[in-house]
Design a protein around this ligand. Structure first.
Ligand code: HEM
Length: 441
């Protein structure tokens, strides 16, 4: 059977006549208009052309150049420059994370509305501070380091299963590898019994899918059903854990139930923040692993470099996070009249933070469209910044390092056997399918 060729990626504007060893072929053709001004003018998060999902970066570049504070239909703004995104993250008094005003028109009075507006990430202090403290206490560097051995075991067993399929067998790296790792880690964090983990990924995809800029009736129904089912499941789990508490040092659920310093969570706060935790670490980390493996195929010189110097993997993970940020968008709302990037914003303006764009801003990163597995410094905002900065980032980094590092050591000659298929999602960037031959004959 003929296998489709997957072209290695080159920097924009590079032609076949380039001879440097990192640039072996022209950039994959993007079916988006090449006129930057038109791209910026036409940009509408609620009406994205299909090609955007495969390659949003030309659009982000156009926005940074021509409309860095882009007024959106409906009154919000989209920020694409690094400096503006960071400034918003820092100023929590002016830019609130409270999503009630934004989400009510979108979700109505529904399980999705209740869930999102009770999660720590979509709240300001004091609820945010209380919940974050409880979760962060179980995710210290010491606790994360203690998870490494079990994670290595799990990753190796997945690698063994792929190897057992024999040379030249086709494997979907998302289904067989990337998605199986976070489910294990997050399941362990809340001590969800192994035999009860199967529905977690689908629930998580349904709830996160409902955060897309445009919500279809089908996505809303799936998301609402997932919240309802998860609540029922977690109520049972909480009851069992109250009856038989785990080790609060490592079991986040036991910590959340017990509270700390006289502070504890209400029943709904407890359940919804467990749902959030289960979801937050799933798709994002799956995509970090999948995006990293796909990037290395597109940049063979960087793959060779990582194979020569495996210790670079820690730094390489930061570059995958920057280059193909799993979480491309963030959101805030202004609490008062303010100004960003020289543009006046009225109170209650919805602000979308272009994380994926900020991470490709040439004002913050040299040659931002070049993957450099040894890039340092690398002050990307893939985990956000400020008081809401990802509380699970240490864990995500560990998962990325172990998964990608061990995969590469085991299958150094892996290649894609079909073009990578990106999910049709603007917020969470990753693949629905990444077909590969891990062990070519
Ligand atoms: C590559 C993987 C990940 C990425 C790219 C990512 C990204 C992010 C981002 C951008 C935020 C900030 C949201 C905001 O400011 O509005 C965030 C918050 C959060 N993340 Fe992650 N995340 C990842 C993995 C994880 C994991 C593994 C966990 C759990 C173990 C986790 C738990 C959380 C929590 C609880 C918050 C809310 C923090 C707060 O509001 O204070 N994340 N994440």
């Amino acid at each position: 059977m003929d296998r489709p060729q997957v072209a290695p990626r080159a920097a924009p504007g590079v032609t076949l006549s380039d001879t440097s060893n990192r640039l072996r072929a022209p950039r994959r053709l993007a079916a988006v208009p090449t006129d930057d001004r038109a791209l910026a003018d036409d940009f509408d998060l609620k009406r994205l052309p299909d090609a955007f999902y495969d390659d949003p970066f030309p659009t982000y570049r156009a926005l940074r150049t021509h409309a860095p504070v882009k007024r959106m239909v409906g009154g919000g703004v989209f920020l694409s420059r690094y400096a503006d995104v960071v400034a918003v993250y820092k100023d929590t008094a002016t830019f609130s994370s409270d999503k009630r005003e934004e989400f009510f028109p979108k979700y109505g009075a529904s399980p999705l509305f209740e869930h999102h507006t009770t999660s720590l990430v979509f709240n300001d202090p004091p609820l945010h501070t209380r919940v974050r403290k409880l979760i962060a206490g179980a995710l210290t560097p010491k606790h994360i380091a203690a998870m490494e051995d079990r994670l290595v075991e799990r990753v190796d067993s997945l690698l063994d299963a792929m190897a057992a399929r024999g040379p030249d067998a086709e494997v979907d790296l998302i289904a067989a590898f990337a998605s199986a790792i976070p489910v294990e880690i997050i399941g362990n964090l809340l001590a969800v019994p192994n035999e009860e983990r199967t529905p977690l990924r689908d629930w998580s995809l349904a709830i996160l899918g409902a955060l897309e800029p445009v919500l279809t009736a089908e996505q809303a129904a799936l998301g609402n059903r997932a919240v309802t089912e998860m609540l029922v499941y977690l109520e049972g789990l909480v009851q069992r854990r109250r009856a038989a508490p785990g080790d609060p040092e490592i079991d986040v659920l036991t910590r959340l139930i017990a509270g700390e310093g006289g502070e504890s969570l209400g029943a709904a706060e407890l359940l919804h923040n467990c749902i959030f935790l289960l979801n937050a670490g799933h798709e994002t980390t799956t995509n970090l692993i999948g995006n990293g493996l796909a990037c290395l195929v597109e940049w063979p010189d960087q793959k060779a470099r990582l194979l020569e110097q495996p210790k670079l993997v820690r730094i390489a993970v930061e570059e995958f996070l920057r280059f193909e940020s799993s979480n491309q968008l963030g959101n805030r709302i202004t609490t008062r009249a303010t100004e960003i990037g020289g543009v006046a914003l009225a109170p209650r303006t919805q602000v979308t933070l272009g994380i994926g764009s900020a991470n490709r801003d040439p004002d913050a990163f040299a040659e931002p469209d070049r993957l450099d597995v040894a890039r340092q410094p690398n002050r990307h905002v893939a985990f956000g910044s400020g008081i809401h900065q990802c509380v699970g980032m240490g864990l995500a980094r560990l998962e990325g390092r172990i998964a990608i590092g061990r995969f590469l050591a085991r299958f150094p000659r892996y290649k894609l056997s079909a073009p990578a298929v990106h999910a049709r999602r603007a917020r969470f960037r990753g693949h629905v399918r990444l077909a590969a031959i891990v062990d070519p004959a």
